[in-house]
Design a protein around this ligand. Structure first.
Ligand code: BGC
Length: 732
């Protein structure tokens, strides 16, 4: 009897453990290590389930309540990811429930383009870099992540860290300018804001570095066009921001549309596997850009969709964004032994790794929070305000036209941007709503209240040739003490598929300013645009100019604060403004010409209007002499350079000191100057402070060759700051 009882107990125990195992496999155990969970799950997946993980579909585009059920039916429960166009967490949770209740219960990864804010829209990325305030950019990205996460988004297709030097390309607005170091610095700051300390922290979302790599080089600024990138410029210009952000832990990358020496970014085994996975040891995954796999056919490297899928997958693109090629072809390619199972398992593991790290298996559903507590919270708006103010750049200020003094009693507020809200949001404004935006007119009205009378007249539209509004604008100008002319670009003039053959504003806007100039009143140009502009005809007509970019929800009040003097402008350009479109490409870190004294344009000056780093303040800063801790160092030593900066004006102000390096003679020629470090500090009127830069030779003086190998040469170098250039020597 005893024996039978013991046997029964053992049997019951075995049954319980078997049941427990069935009920709760290791991959569902949140305390098990991620790699163990991945291995366990992959071992349980069939081929169909694996292939589904490698695909991304869309959801939520159709918000018609009658169609939602239909859309949900067409989404396979085992799909790897969805681009979630909606912002309704309950709808998202309903889709997720289907996935969690399917055979293995693998959560779907919901992605979306959260580029410069979700509902609290911040300035465009190009503007953010003009703040030279990475900590603030991190705060903004964290707010965007929280709003997105509470709306059902786990993953954003951002930051874009494509170095861009051709302002005709509409996507210059989406990155951090023409310099690898600023793209790296603000890219890292943004990744840190989205991902937080840990991907599984509440509100953290996964970042996606894009567009890997070299998209900014699109020929002639024409989007989706061929890009001719040498291996040297790949390594020294385009890859460094990616390397920095991968090191900072970015979870995913998006492969680009463009070519790299004849092999498109989405079919490039060198960049996707050799560099990213083998050299940099990235263990997350790569998603193709929208239709990028299919486009390999148009780009002339694949004969059909199947071959396109084979090339992209074997190169190292793990997830196919929306074009359904992997779903339709991978099985056959495996059967034909063109794709090994080990490669499929690796790709699936990479995608699962991101899902596990995000905590999606353990917490697959979005917490439901009322919309009023989700968006536009006071602290989020305060960040939007600060970032908008810090990213605006005072380009010109003759005879202290700005800030406006108390003697200004009549303000004429003219131009198509004066009372416009939607265009201040910029491109890729996620769920931004124009009703949340403070227009320039509203901002000014609040700021000046009864201190000055503001008369608003549109004058003309953004383009076209209707001059009927000129008369009203001129008469408002005649009655004013100062004319604020608000010009710029519509939001759809920059961003994706928004190339322009000229970066000048349409002639009608320039003509409006010419007419206003005839009144003889001081003119302040306020520019809102997504790219540098050709200002060769406008700049001479202006007494002052403020570049406000596309500043987001808080643009109006931030600008108003600058105009009144409540805010002292501190932004500096993150991208050079060429004098004319014909000067493109012009960027500060170009190579020296063989004849620096010759080869100039015969018809226009060769210098741009404003270099990267240009930006004025209402106070003045005086730089003392640059001091070096020593004039000669060994390769393994460090050198400290410092400069004392004094606020010599009457008001407090904030100065950003940009430190550059130049290597005048090197095995591989170096740019005339390269930004290596920057620091921003506020100084009270009359105060002085020391800015320091510690030069680490291997980090700051080395260069890479066309294979990515780093070298540091002994010899003379220059450190450059403001208008000083000081020599030092590096010895063996
Ligand atoms: C763009 C990407 C974007 C993706 C998803 C593509 O057309 O190039 O930047 O993330 O669409 O919306």
């Amino acid at each position: 009897m005893k024996r039978i009882f013991a046997l029964l107990t053992i049997l019951a125990f075995i049954q319980i453990s078997v049941l427990a195992q069935v009920k709760s496999p290791v991959y569902k155990d949140k305390n098990a290590p991620v790699e163990t969970r991945i291995k366990d799950l992959v071992s349980k997946m069939n081929l169909e389930e694996k292939i589904l993980q490698l695909n991304q579909y869309t959801a939520g585009q159709n918000t018609n309540i009658n169609n939602i059920g239909e859309a949900m039916k067409s989404i396979p429960a085992g799909i790897g990811s969805l681009i979630y166009f909606g912002a309704d967490p309950e709808y998202r949770n309903a889709i997720q429930k289907k996935a969690m209740e399917s055979r293995l219960g693998i959560p779907i990864l919901f992605g979306y383009d959260v580029i410069h804010g979700f509902r609290t829209v911040y300035p465009i990325s190009l503007a953010q870099a003009c703040s030279w305030d990475p900590a603030l950019v991190t705060e903004a990205a964290a707010v965007a992540a929280k709003e997105a996460n509470l709306s059902g988004v786990d993953w954003t297709f951002s930051p874009m860290i494509d170095v861009a030097r051709d302002a005709r390309w509409g996507r210059v607005s989406e990155g951090y300018g023409e310099d690898p170091y600023t793209n790296a610095t603000f890219g890292v700051a943004t990744v840190q804001g989205y991902q937080g300390k840990n991907l599984s922290d509440p509100y953290s979302i996964a970042a996606c570095l894009k567009h890997y790599v070299g998209y900014g080089e699109s020929e002639g600024g024409r989007d989706y066009h061929y890009s001719d990138i040498s291996m040297q410029s790949l390594w020294e210009t385009y890859l460094p921001p990616y390397e920095a952000c991968v090191k900072a832990g970015a979870a995913t990358l998006m492969s680009s549309f463009n070519d790299i020496s004849g092999t498109p970014g989405s079919a490039n085994p060198y960049t996707l596997t050799d560099v990213l996975k083998k050299q940099w040891k990235h263990d997350g995954f790569v998603v193709s850009d929208w239709d990028a796999v299919n486009q390999l056919i148009a780009q002339g490297v694949a004969a059909d969709r199947k071959e396109a899928g084979l090339k992209a997958f074997m190169a190292g693109v793990e997830m196919d964004m929306t074009d359904n090629i992997y779903f339709q072809n991978l099985k056959q390619l495996i059967d034909e032994k063109k794709i090994p199972m080990a490669k499929i398992d690796d790709a699936v593991s990479r995608i699962l790794r991101v899902k596990f790290r995000l905590g999606l298996f353990d917490q697959p559903y979005t917490t439901i929070v009322d919309e009023s507590a989700r968006y536009l919270q006071p602290e989020s708006k305060a960040v939007a305000q600060k970032l908008a103010a810090e990213s605006m750049v005072l380009l010109k200020n003759n005879s202290n036209t700005l800030p406006l003094t108390a003697s200004v009693k009549q303000i004429a507020l003219i131009g198509p941007m004066a009372d416009n809200k939607a265009n201040l949001l910029g491109s890729w404004a996620a769920h931004g709503n124009e009703k949340d935006v403070e227009s320039i007119a509203e901002g000014l009205q609040k700021e000046f209240d009864s201190a000055a009378k503001i008369t608003t007249a549109k004058g003309c539209d953004f383009d076209g040739n209707d001059e009927k509004g000129f008369a009203e604008a001129v008469s408002a100008a005649q009655a004013s003490d100062v004319i604020l002319v608000c010009l710029g670009e519509k939001r759809e003039w920059s961003g994706e598929n928004a190339s322009r053959s000229t970066i000048a504003l349409p002639a009608i806007q320039e003509k409006l300013v010419q007419e206003l100039k005839k009144t003889g009143k001081p003119i302040v140009l306020i520019l809102s645009n997504g790219r540098p502009l050709e200002l060769v005809r406008l700049e001479p007509l202006a007494d002052a100019m403020v570049e406000i970019w596309q500043p987001g929800v808080a643009g109006g009040s931030s600008l108003a604060g600058i105009l009144s003097g409540r805010i002292n402008p501190s932004g500096k350009l993150s991208i050079t403004f060429p004098l004319t479109t014909g000067q493109i490409p012009t960027y500060y870190n170009m190579r020296q010409s063989a004849r620096p004294y010759a080869g100039k344009y015969q018809d226009i000056p060769t210098e741009p209007l404003y270099w990267l780093g240009h930006g004025l303040s209402y106070t003045t800063f005086a730089y003392g002499d640059v001091k070096l801790s020593t004039a000669s160092i060994k390769k393994t030593d460090k050198l400290t350079v410092e400069v004392e900066v004094s606020n010599t004006g009457k008001v407090a102000g904030t100065e950003t000191v940009l430190w550059y390096i130049n290597d005048p003679a090197c095995t591989i020629s170096r740019p005339v100057k390269e930004l290596k470090y920057f620091e921003k500090k506020e100084l009270a009127a009359g105060a002085k402070t020391t800015f320091k830069f510690e030069i680490n030779p291997m980090r700051d003086l080395s260069y890479t060759d066309a294979t990515g190998k780093r070298f540091l040469e002994a010899g003379d170098y220059f450190v450059m700051v403001n208008n000083q250039k000081v020599k030092f020597t590096v010895t063996e």
